[in-house]
Design a binder for this molecule. Sequence first.
Ligand code: SF4
Length: 337
Amino acid sequence: MFYTAGTMDGERLFELRRRTFDTPHFRGIEFIEVEAKSIINHVPGSYLPFNWTINPYRGCSHACTYCFARSTHTYMDMNAGRDFETKIVVKVNAPQLLGKELRAKRWKGEHIAMGTATDPYQRAEGRYKIMQRIIATLTSYRNPFSILTKGTLILRDFDLLVDAGRVTDVATAFSIPTLNADAWRKTEPGTPHPRKRMEAVRKLNEAGIPCGVMIAPILPGITDDVAGMKEVVRAAVDAGATYVTSILLHLRPGVKEVYMSWLGETYPELVPKYESMYPSAYASKAEQNEISRRVAGMVNAAGGIKKPLPHRRARSESHGHAERAERRARPEQLKLI
Ligand code: SF4
């Protein structure tokens, strides 16, 4: 049994079995199949504009060097480095639990955010298909939701998302920090190519499933060059992104050690810069604001955000409306990175 600090209350996960699959796609990855006690997690406090999340996986094979969620693996007696990338906890009973929790009288049909801790469309999802069943369940209860991901595997569920969008508010978002192939390979080695992600943004928006782009995190000295950032912004605007935002890297304890060790091996010349920029977890407010201001200017220069396609939900039963769902999706992205 695991007790983790994934929610403020802690989370109880009962281990069922450990499995490895010797296929090229999963080589070197261990799946720890667990039963969760509950699946809709309450987000305490009011610092985020959504109250509920679902995270079917812990750990993430996308293996982003900067991932803020790395430290959560240490709550389960695993490390924030390779263990986080290769020992993936799979909540195999998530869809069944979700149905039960959505049926409960106390559930009021609020928006549920996914992708707030680890990526729901990481490689494990190709095998376990948990998101497929979660989306189908949310749709059958007309429960609004949003998904943030780097996984183009989300397109496998394209038809399900379109169906969901007909009966409730659905919002999606992709995290695409850079289009530079060298920086991508070094910083996010397990993720789909960023141009494939951008194509997915286009496809979702063209189908009327609102999809924003989070250029995040911006990595000082690696992905913060003006030309590179402009390229991402332009591509996102062209892909019909319903918003384009950015955030400068932050490095909380646990993640900082992993990141700095990787930086020392991969970009040793940048270590002094980071040491001076990150005496604490965050760069200075001025540096953070400068990045946001710069991206906002680039969005305007690229012609601004086009309106999302208005195909969906004229239904009065819908719990809210698309704009609110999108607005609520943004902070979860901030949380993901
Ligand atoms: S940043 Fe997201 S996609 Fe990357 S490892 Fe973390 S959870 Fe996975």
